[in-house]
Design a protein around this ligand. Structure first.
Ligand code: PMP
Length: 384
């Protein structure tokens, strides 16, 4: 039952106990290794064995690319957590939520030979894939048009459809957000990748027209590449389905089988074990982080307020996946470089269309990565 023993890249030796001196803290990518210990405690229950003859065909027995049983599991999970309304909603699967982001842009875009191309927008600081993906596909039916702030006053009078990405809690700063633009010509794609008790209070179930989730940030299986969209309107659902059909003929049957098995384990008993584990891990990490930053005048963390959580039935502080650090000194214009010189590898603010005075630090990696990060942060802040 032992996992393959691979040392954290900062450690060597037979027991992975020798720290490689001067090794930088990896606080860059959002690989969700913080959930690995939960799954290591459940090695057999959470495993699948796929025989050579299993599901060799393209479709399920009903001719679709979507496992009905998995749809039921997903709806059960949402009902348990109370983070989204699923009654009467349609569900589409994607290769990670990444594939669904563009499927949703496609579904909301008009035929540009008849109307102006849709304007795709987001509010800084935002997850860069919304922009890079729209630009990569370079469709005649939609175009990336910058920050919502440019359109805030006049969106409703512009003769075009707006497609606004709303990320809540937001990546990188962890804030619960709402749509900025108003008007009957505004459609929103609500990316709720982090709307789980791991990271935030759940004040009420979301019920926007188009909502996207991913398994990556709930069970932590980013490598499975599995996401889902919850859709109100049948026409939008049909368009997203046809995108998925033409693009990849749905999602790998093995990925769907693994997702089903993982959700089976999550839903076991009272269905709260994963959420208790994830929240307590994130809470411990945030307690340590806040303590260190409370001693600093040079660096600050994002300010977040407690909210009532309907899942835990009490008020709680947010425990976001990322620290959004600001360098407060006038001269510290490039915060990424300052942290890098102190052996802390984060991601610079400009990647998220914010100032380089900000840096994102990932808090959802392994315990080793987090401990190394805390170590270097302590040293840096002690020097002040
Ligand atoms: N949306 C947001 C806000 C994210 O942070 C991420 C992953 N970092 C994704 C979508 C994509 O997730 P995936 O493709 O793994 O489902």
């Amino acid at each position: 039952h032992q996992p393959l023993c691979e040392c954290n890249p900062c450690y060597a030796g037979p027991n992975c106990s020798q720290f490689i001196s001067n090794c930088s803290a990896n606080a860059g990518s959002g690989d969700p290794y913080f959930l690995e210990p939960f799954w290591m405690e459940r090695p057999e229950k959470s495993g699948i064995l796929v025989s050579g003859w299993h599901r060799m065909g393209y479709t399920y027995s009903d001719g679709s690319y979507i496992s009905e049983m998995l749809v039921k599991h997903i709806k059960k999970l949402h009902q348990l957590v109370g983070n989204v309304v699923t009654d009467g909603r349609f569900v589409v699967f994607g290769g990670g939520s990444t594939q669904l982001l563009n499927a949703a842009v496609y579904a909301y875009s008009p035929d540009s030979s008849l109307q102006s191309p849709a304007k795709v927008v987001a509010t800084a600081p935002y997850y860069p894939v919304y922009r890079t993906q729209t630009q990569l596909f370079n469709s005649r039916d939609n175009r990336y048009e910058g920050d919502t702030s440019i359109w805030k006053q006049n969106a409703s009078s512009v003769n075009a459809t707006f497609i606004e990405f709303v990320t809540s809690p937001n990546n990188p700063d962890g804030k619960l957000t709402k749509q900025i633009l108003n008007g009957s010509n505004v459609k929103t794609i609500n990316d709720l990748a982090y709307y789980w008790p791991h990271f935030t209070a759940i004040p009420s179930p979301a019920d926007q027209d188009l909502i996207i989730f991913t398994i990556s940030k709930v069970t932590g299986h980013a490598g499975t590449r599995f996401g889902w969209a919850i859709i109100k309107d049948e026409g939008v659902y049909e368009k997203m389905l046809s995108y998925l059909d033409s693009n990849t003929m749905g999602i790998s049957r093995e990925a769907q089988l693994r997702a089903l098995k993982l959700l089976d384990v999550v839903l076991e008993g009272d269905g709260k074990q994963l959420f208790k584990f994830a929240y307590s891990t994130m809470k411990n990490r945030w307690t340590k982080l806040k303590e260190i930053f409370s001693k600093s005048k040079r660096f600050s963390l994002q300010k977040l307020s407690p909210e009532y959580c309907t899942f835990f039935k009490r008020s709680r502080d947010p425990t976001p996946a990322y620290a959004w650090v600001k360098c407060e000194r006038e001269e510290d214009e490039n915060c990424y470089e300052i942290l890098k010189a102190a052996k802390i590898d984060g991601r610079g603010g400009s990647l998220y269309s914010a100032e380089d005075r900000y840096v994102r630090l990932s808090l959802i990696r392994s315990q080793d990565d987090f401990d190394i990060l805390i170590n270097y942060l302590t040293k840096l802040i002690d020097q002040e």
